[in-house]
Design a protein around this ligand. Sequence first.
Ligand SMILES: Nc1ncnc2c1ncn2[C@@H]1O[C@H](COP(=O)(O)OP(=O)(O)OP(=O)(O)O)[C@@H](O)[C@H]1O
Length: 205
Amino acid sequence: MTFSKLGCTKGGRQLFRDVDHTLQAGHWLYVTGANGVGKTSLLRMVCGLAPVDSGQILWNNSSISAQRDSYRQDLCYLGHLNALQESMSVQENLVFTSALSGVALDAQQAKSVLARFGLHGRAQQLVRHLSQGQKRRVALSRLALSSAKLWVLDEPYVAMDEAGIQMLSDLIAGHLDQGGLAVLTSHQRVPVGTHNPQILELTAS
Ligand SMILES: Nc1ncnc2c1ncn2[C@@H]1O[C@H](COP(=O)(O)OP(=O)(O)OP(=O)(O)O)[C@@H](O)[C@H]1O
């Protein structure tokens, strides 16, 4: 994935401009910078959730805006919010979001991924009855079910305890080992196995 002279304007204010970076398969990009500098805005552009104001984002050497459907298949995005249906059970949420990406998840698969994320026995519980950290774990367990090549994660470690942080780091490392890519923001520096990050520090323009 390549950023070419990428720029972002919000509310008439230029946040950043002329950002150039290339991320190869098997690597991850750690987007850093002060509060409000535009990290989430950058991630939203990478996901196609916000238009690219200036410059380009290339995926497989062509602009993401020219290949929206196929690009979406290659992408798994976890934002600040967990994007869970609070009134549905944990298992229903996993089945539902898997179906949206064309994967038919059975109960056994759901149980085993939940066990892996320390949520054994929670499959039938309503999401609204989970703690913040448990909700985050459900959201993150979607990554383990995703075959997307590019993971875009906005503050994925928020509300996670030490075991959860390790679990997620191992998951990302496994993804990179298989040739995946990840772009993430975090206000805490997190090691991802032996994978050193490429660092993109945004600064106010
Ligand atoms: N739709 C919008 N209209 C106007 N301003 C916006 C809009 N969206 C974001 N902003 C502003 O753009 C700036 C960057 O926001 P963004 O969420 O990208 O920052 P961030 O680097 O992720 O911050 P943090 O570290 O606090 O999460 C902020 O000043 C924010 O108020």
